[in-house]
Ligand binder design. Structure first.
Ligand code: TGC
Ligand code: FAD
Length: 392
């Protein structure tokens, strides 16, 4: 990829809404992405290889557990700083943000919220430092949008449980040291299970041939009579609401992250349009290209405002599932449209790895599907405003 010349758009002076700490945290993440992610990410994506070299840097910028209390190794930051870290990381690559989202919101969050003190002490500090990496197993081959139908199960064997079943499309699975897995007990109640690499009967084959999120490793989790010690069950919450509660936190991070990807596409297209001469003038001077760029900055600004407000509500513990869902859906949709338009502004150059746009565009095809598809989020809003569930 050519040199990273990124300049973040802030059309409505939104920095004035941020605290000093928010800006410090955001700038540290921004600087790290330029230094450690941009130079290596295109090659990692082209080779479909997760760049393990970034793990220590992610831990250093506080991307593993930004809002987890410091006593457990987290960064103890507010929700807006958490969002800004995700924005900056996804400005670099959605797959790198995925690794941070999974570790923070889908692994550390459930251990912190639903685990007991021994589980918190055992796992959280090592997850925060990147010494351990985690993954989150909810989706199954036959249960994606409808995780409540899952068939992965635990059976009480007296001193331990037997875990059987399979999860699919799991980010970080191929190298995760610990998996937070959702499984039904004999009463059909969903429980959180901590499964560790090395347990007999547990395997994590990698999923190949992805055209999207190529710098993130995706895989399956297969459980064949895995013996689970009883202390590996998360005791403090069960039912479908437990995994869905984790998704609230991860979807919130994605809402910010998608703004980062959109900002990078817009900034790249703007710079290119000013330099590229056709018909004896920069294409930035052509009305059709200006329309595209004007619409992009408008949509980015609207998303920034929506998401900042959501962050304020989240800081006050007032953000609802439906509000988070709306921001995830809107912002990812906004980013994917901007990526497609920006790609066209670069003409043929837009399809190459010289620029980040095509990589963002392909990545966003996963982001619009995972953590609830665009359709599912429309139906969550529909359910919220009508009071009628389209899922039943
Ligand atoms: P429903 O009947 O609505 O709810 C079941 C129970 O859950 C409660 N609940 C929530 N609790 C906490 N937080 C939330 N966000 C909650 N949403 C619902 C609800 O109150 C109820 O509780 P109770 O006590 O009455 O039992 O459930 P449903 O079966 O009708 O499903 C609703 C639906 C479709 C919205 C839900 O299943 C859904 O969100 N599906 C989408 C699945 C999804 O998002 N999967 C994501 C997998 S993880 C992933 O993609 C990681 S990618 C990571 C990366 O790489 O970045
Ligand atoms: P399906 O549920 O089969 O949906 C197919 C289509 O039908 C979609 O367009 C959907 O919108 C539509 N549809 C489904 N139900 C309805 C309905 N009621 N009304 C209208 N339309 C409907 N999962 C994890 O648990 N952990 C992970 O770490 C994880 N990482 C992922 C990483 C990647 C790269 C990808 C691509 C996925 C990942 N997922 C993960 C899985 C992801 O959450 C699921 O793919 C997603 O929830 C959708 O499930 P599905 O793919 O089975 O699609």
């Amino acid at each position: 990829m050519s040199q990273d010349l990124f300049q973040a758009p802030d059309y409505y002076q939104l920095d004035e809404l941020l605290t000093e700490e928010n800006i410090l945290v955001r700038n540290a993440a921004r600087e790290w992405v330029k230094r450690a992610v941009s130079p290596i990410i295109e090659e990692a994506a082209q080779n479909a290889k997760f760049p393990k070299s970034i793990i220590s840097g992610l831990a250093e910028i506080g991307a593993f557990g930004p809002y987890i209390p410091e006593e457990y190794g987290g960064a103890g930051l507010d929700q807006i700083s958490y969002g800004l870290i995700m924005q900056e990381i996804e400005r670099g690559d959605s797959g790198v943000r995925s690794t941070a989202s999974v570790q923070s919101s889908l692994v550390m969050y459930p251990i912190w919220k639903y685990g007991n003190e021994a589980q918190r002490q055992k796992y959280l500090p090592k997850l925060a430092s990147g010494e351990l990496l985690g993954c989150f197993g909810l989706t199954e081959p036959d249960h994606g949008s409808n995780p409540g139908g899952m068939t992965t199960n635990i059976k009480d064997m007296g001193d331990y449980y037997f875990l059987n079943g399979a999860k699919m499309w799991i980010s970080n699975a191929p190298f995760a040291d610990v998996a937070v897995v959702w499984a039904k007990n004999e009463e059909g109640r969903i429980k959180g299970v901590l499964v560790e690499r090395g347990m007999a009967g547990f395997s994590t084959p990698e999923t190949h041939n992805k055209w999207s999120l190529r710098a993130s490793a995706t895989g399956e989790l297969i459980f064949d009579n895995v013996k689970i010690p009883k202390e590996n069950i998360l005791p403090n919450k069960d039912g479908l609401g437990a995994p869905l509660g984790c998704l609230d936190s991860a979807r919130y991070g994605i809402a910010w992250g998608a703004i980062g990807a959109a900002m990078d596409c817009y900034d790249t297209a703007l710079r290119y349009a000013k330099q590229r001469i056709q018909f004896d003038k920069p294409i930035a001077g052509m009305q059709l290209q200006q329309k595209k760029l004007a619409e992009m900055i408008t949509e980015i600004t609207k998303a920034q405002l929506l998401t900042w407000r959501l962050g304020v509500l989240k800081n006050e513990n007032r953000a609802t599932t439906a509000q988070i869902s709306m921001a995830k859906r809107n912002n990812v949709d906004m980013a994917i449209h901007i990526a497609r338009e920006a790609r066209q502004i670069l003409g043929a150059m837009g399809i190459t790895g010289e620029y980040s746009i095509m990589r963002h565009m392909m990545n966003l095809e996963s982001v619009i599907t995972y953590e609830g598809t665009h359709d599912i989020h429309l139906l969550i809003t529909g359910m919220d405003i009508t009071g009628i569930s389209a899922f039943k």
